[in-house]
Every structure is written in structure tokens, then in C-alpha cells.
Design a protein around this ligand. Sequence first.
Ligand SMILES: Nc1nc2c(ncn2[C@@H]2O[C@H](COP(=O)(O)OP(=O)(O)O)[C@@H](O)[C@H]2O)c(=O)[nH]1
Ligand SMILES: [Mg+2]
Length: 334
Amino acid sequence: MSVNVPSSKELIKAFMDRYKTAEARYRRRGVEAMRNLEAVRIKKSSDYVARKLREAATSMPFLNDLHAFHKELLLLNISEAEYRRATSKVFNASRAVKSIRREALMMIKGAAGKGDIIKARRRFMARMIDLLNDLSKELDELRMLGPHIRYMPSINVGLPTIVVAGMPNTGKSSFVACVSTAKPEIADYPFTTKKIIVGHVKLFGDFSVQVLDTPGLLDRPLSERNKIELQTILALRHLAHVIIMIIDPTPHSGNSLEEQLRLLEEIRGAFKSPIMVVLNKVDIAADEEVRRAEAALGGAPYKVAAAKCLGTNDVIQDAIDKYVMPKLSQGTTV
Ligand SMILES: Nc1nc2c(ncn2[C@@H]2O[C@H](COP(=O)(O)OP(=O)(O)O)[C@@H](O)[C@H]2O)c(=O)[nH]1
Ligand SMILES: [Mg+2]
């Protein structure tokens, strides 16, 4: 998807450019030649502006056509009411241009002399420029959404999806890099991953499962989450067939075990998808740290060292066998 919205300044400049030489030429022409020339200019310039405005409005996605995930992702940046208002104002302006044009052509046709023609043209230009100036806020709002729409994660909402989540620095990106085609950035500081990254695991033939690497979640209520974290929440809510929750039992990530367990509980309560809990960094974790985490989790979580891809494939295989395949054989993908 790509958005094609000019600023009102750009539009005004392109519109005015079509008039630069007009008056100079008038001096050498008679009234009829001037009348014709002016009519052509009004038609050409108004067609141009109307087309640009229509393209701007129609290059914006229709909210009703978007999957809930993509729709809510877009609406992290603008309210739904404002989005609808701005797109329809721009679209309606493309119609208003046509009525300005009609009126101007009538005035030109009925003009008695050069003076009237110039008056009609000035009125036309003033109305066009007023209209474009009046759209400046809406065009800017829609332009600002351009990169958010262009760089939306290319998620296939029809494919089975495994969402990898956890607190910052726990090893989510390392895990996704091991098991899928995605090559996310891995670094020793939190919030390296600011956007959802999509990887694939081949199932059979051309059919694959999506694995999403997500920005880290902090242990805090939904109402305090920032836009980066909310992307993860949307993926968990709308896309996850199964959630892989990465827990770092070592102090390395900077998150305590308690914080991570609270986050796990919050996710358990908030989403309906099954959750697989994975203890990461067992290569450097002390035995005591692993035991404490296991005891707190009340079960035998998966143990992996994602930095070395140890144990990671077993987790993905189990996710596919337990949660993806049964859905496929039921004939449903979500
Ligand atoms: N020792 C060790 N370090 C790991 C492991 N997994 C990740 N790391 C390190 O932890 C840091 C954060 O990893 P990253 O995958 O970017 O975590 P994310 O923020 O959850 O995506 C990086 O320095 C990784 O190299 C692991 O299994 N063992
Ligand atoms: Mg990451």
C-alpha cells in the first residue's frame, strides 16, 4: 500500500505554475483568443487539482477493508473519526473544484471584455487557493500516515501465526532468527525491535506458518502502554494462534523474574490464545535461577539458549504440532 498525498503548499504551487505566463500573453491577443486561452487554463489547472485530491483520498486505505489488526495499527496514529473526516473532506474538495471550475467557465463565457475575463480568472484562482489552504491540516494528517501505511508489517492474515512475546532483552529476536526466515536485529539493549517483524517457517509445499517477532512489553497496565508496545498487543489480540512467551531467568535482561511472571499473568488473562512458556539463556543461567523460575511457573517450561539456537526448533515444532496442525485439519486458519 502506498499513500499519495501532496501538501497544500505543493498543490498551490503546481496550480499557480499553470498561470505564470498567462497575463504576459494577453497583451498581444484579442478578446476571443484570451477568452479561449483562459478557458483552457481553467480546465487544465482545475482538472489537475481535482485529480490530485481524488488520488490523495483514494490512496488512503478504506478502514472497512482492513483486517482488524491492520486497522487498529493504523489507528494508533490517528483517531477513527479524524481519519474518516480528513479523507472525506479531501475527497469532497475534489468535487468542489468542479463546481468552482463550472462557475469560472460561465463567467469567462459571459465576459464583456478583457477586464471581465481577468476578474473571472482572479476570482477562480482565489477560490481555488482558499480551498487548498483550507485543506492544509487534513492533507498533512494524511501525509503523516504515509510511512505508517507503507511500512506496515506485511502480515498475511490468512496464515497461521505464532507470536513471540516477552519483556525487552529476553531474547525474542534471537529466538525468531533461529526458527524462521526473519533476520531481526539483535542487540544488548532494550527496544531494539520497534516494529513487528515477520518470519516464516515452511510447513509443506508453499504453505508456511508466520512467526512474529514483537517489540518488548513492560510490566504495566494497558492504559500506560506506548505505541511501540501496543503493536505487540494488537498482534497478540488479532493474530496469535499461539503465543510463545520468552522468559529470561537470569538478571541479564534487566527484568526481574517477578515482573516477567506478572506480564505472563496479564497476557494469560487478556488473550484467548494458548501460551507456551520458554525459559531462555539457559547457557548462562545458574541452576538456582532455572529452578526458581520452574517452581514459580509450576510446570516444566521449555528451556532454550536462543543465542546458540539450542532447543529452539523443538519449541516451534511443538507449537506447530499442537496448535497449528489441529486447526488446519479442522479447516480453519484462525
Ligand atoms: N547468553 C545468552 N544470551 C542471549 C540468549 N538469547 C539472547 N541473548 C542475548 O540477549 C540480548 C537480547 O537479545 P534479543 O534477541 O535482541 O532480545 P529481545 O530484545 O527480546 O529481542 C542480546 O545481547 C542477545 O545476544 C541466550 O540464549 N543466551
Ligand atoms: Mg527484539
